[in-house]
Design a binder for this molecule. Structure first.
Ligand SMILES: Cc1cc2nc3c(=O)[nH]c(=O)nc-3n(C[C@H](O)[C@H](O)[C@H](O)COP(=O)(O)O)c2cc1C
Length: 351
C-alpha cells in the first residue's frame, strides 16, 4: 500500500450497527461488549465514530432504535481508551453551538486532545419533531449549519463571540475550557447533496462519502479534493464500507448472504429509504440505495467488502489507491468479527 489508510470503526453505539437484518448475530450494543471492543480497537484503529440517532428505523428489529447518546458515549470511552481518536456526532438544529463547544472542550480535555465532531445539518424529520426543532429544507439547513460552525469555532478559538445571523443570535458566548492545548476543532461532514458538499468543503476538515464502486469513488475524491484545493484547504475524504472477513471467500459470502439477503429487515430498509427519498437533491445516494437491497441490509447502502483476508486486503488496497485518506467501517457483530479482521487484515496492512 502506498500511504497508510486510516480506519474508523462506525456505529458501535447503536443496536444493529448499520445493518438492517433479523439475524440473531446482529450487534446488540451491550455496554460490556462495547467496552471490550473499544479497548481492543484502541491499539489498532485510528478512530471510533459514533452516530447520533434519536429513532430507529422500525421494521421487525428497529435498527438503531437503541443508541447511546453520542457525546456521553464518547465521553465514557475517552476514559477507558488512551490513543484512539473519538468522533462525536451532533445535529446543528438540536444542540446549540455554545453548548456544543462546552461539550467538546470537556471531552477534549479528558481525552488529551482526541475528539472530533461530525456535524449533521438535517436528515430525519421525525427525529427533529421530537425536539420541536426547526426542520429546514436542504439549502437552509446548511446555511444554518454554517452559522452554527462559525459560533462553535469562534468560541473554541478562545474569543468571546457575539453573533447575529439568520438562525442564531448569541452575545458574549464563550467556553472555559477550550480544546486541549488550545488546538483547533476537527470537523467532519457526511453530506451527500451538492449543497451539502459545498458546505463540507468550506466549513469542515473531513468528508465521509458513500460510493457504488471504486471508479465512482475515485471520481468523487478527485472532484472534492480539487474543490478543496481551490479553497486552499487541507481536506480529507473517507469512504464508508461494511466488512465481512472470514477464513475463506466462501465462508464470508455465506455469512453475508445469511444476514443481508435471507434475513434482511425489509420494512426497516423501506423506512430508511423513505427518509433518504425526502431529499430530492440526493439522487445519487438514492440510486445507490435503491439498486441494492442487500447493500442496504448489509450497511445502509455502503460499499460491501466481503471475503477472505486476501480479498479484503485487495479491496482495501483498491480503495486506498482511489485517493481517499481513510475508511469508515462497520461489521455485523463487532465483538465476534473485529479481532479476526485486525489480526488478518489490519496488522498485515499496517506492517
Ligand atoms: C458516515 C455517515 C455518518 C452519518 N452519521 C449520521 C448520524 O449519526 N446521524 C444522522 O442523523 N445522520 C447521519 N448521517 C447523515 C449525513 O450526515 C447526511 O445528513 C446525509 O447523508 C444526507 O446528506 P444531504 O443532506 O447532503 O443529502 C451520516 C451519514 C454518513 C454517510
Amino acid at each position: 500500500m502506498k500511504k497508510k489508510l486510516k480506519f474508523a470503526l462506525f456505529a458501535l453505539n447503536s443496536e444493529s450497527g448499520i445493518a438492517m437484518t433479523t439475524s440473531r448475530k446482529r450487534w446488540s450494543a451491550k455496554t460490556d461488549e462495547i467496552k471490550e471492543v473499544a479497548k481492543f480497537c484502541d491499539k489498532y484503529f485510528d478512530y471510533i465514530f459514533s452516530v447520533q440517532r434519536w429513532l430507529g428505523f422500525g421494521g421487525k428489529t428497529d435498527p438503531a432504535g437503541l443508541t447511546y447518546e453520542s457525546s456521553n458515549f464518547i465521553s465514557a470511552l475517552s476514559l477507558i481508551t488512551k490513543k484512539i481518536k473519538l468522533i462525536v456526532t451532533m445535529h446543528t438544529s438540536i444542540i446549540h453551538p455554545t453548548h456544543a463547544a462546552r461539550i467538546m472542550s470537556t471531552i477534549d480535555q479528558f481525552s488529551n486532545g482526541r475528539s472530533l465532531l461530525n456535524v449533521v445539518c438535517g436528515w430525519n424529520e421525525k427525529e427533529f419533531k421530537m425536539f420541536n426543532a426547526n426542520y429546514q429544507p436542504n439549502s437552509n439547513a446548511f446555511k444554518q449549519g454554517e452559522e452554527w460552525i462559525k459560533i462553535f469555532k469562534g468560541i473554541l478559538s478562545k474569543k468571546k463571540i457575539s453573533f447575529s445571523g439568520k438562525f442564531f443570535r448569541v452575545k458574549n458566548a464563550q467556553s472555559k475550557p477550550v480544546l486541549y492545548k488550545n488546538r483547533n476543532p476537527q470537523i467532519i461532514s457526511a453530506a451527500f447533496s451538492p449543497t451539502g458538499r459545498i458546505f463540507a468543503i468550506k466549513n469542515c476538515d473531513i468528508l465521509v462519502t458513500m460510493f457504488s464502486d471504486i471508479a465512482a469513488l475515485k471520481h468523487q475524491v478527485q472532484i472534492v479534493k480539487r474543490q478543496a484545493k481551490n479553497n486552499k484547504k487541507k481536506f480529507q475524504v473517507f469512504a464508508l464500507c461494511h466488512i465481512v472477513c472470514k477464513k475463506t471467500d466462501n465462508e464470508a459470502i455465506k455469512y453475508y448472504d445469511e444476514y443481508s439477503r435471507k434475513n434482511a429487515d425489509k420494512i426497516a430498509i423501506q423506512n430508511f429509504s423513505n427518509i433518504i427519498a425526502k431529499n430530492p437533491k440526493n439522487k445519487i445516494l438514492k440510486s445507490i440505495q435503491k439498486k441494492n437491497m442487500q447493500k442496504m441490509a448489509g450497511g445502509i447502502g455502503s460499499y460491501p467488502i466481503i471475503g477472505s483476508p486476501k480479498k479484503v486486503i485487495d479491496e482495501l488496497n483498491k480503495i486506498n489507491n482511489s485517493g481517499v485518506d481513510g475508511v469508515v467501517v462497520s461489521f455485523l457483530n463487532f465483538k465476534d468479527e473485529v479481532k479476526f479482521f485486525t489480526q488478518k487484515v489490519l496488522s498485515v496492512i499496517n506492517k
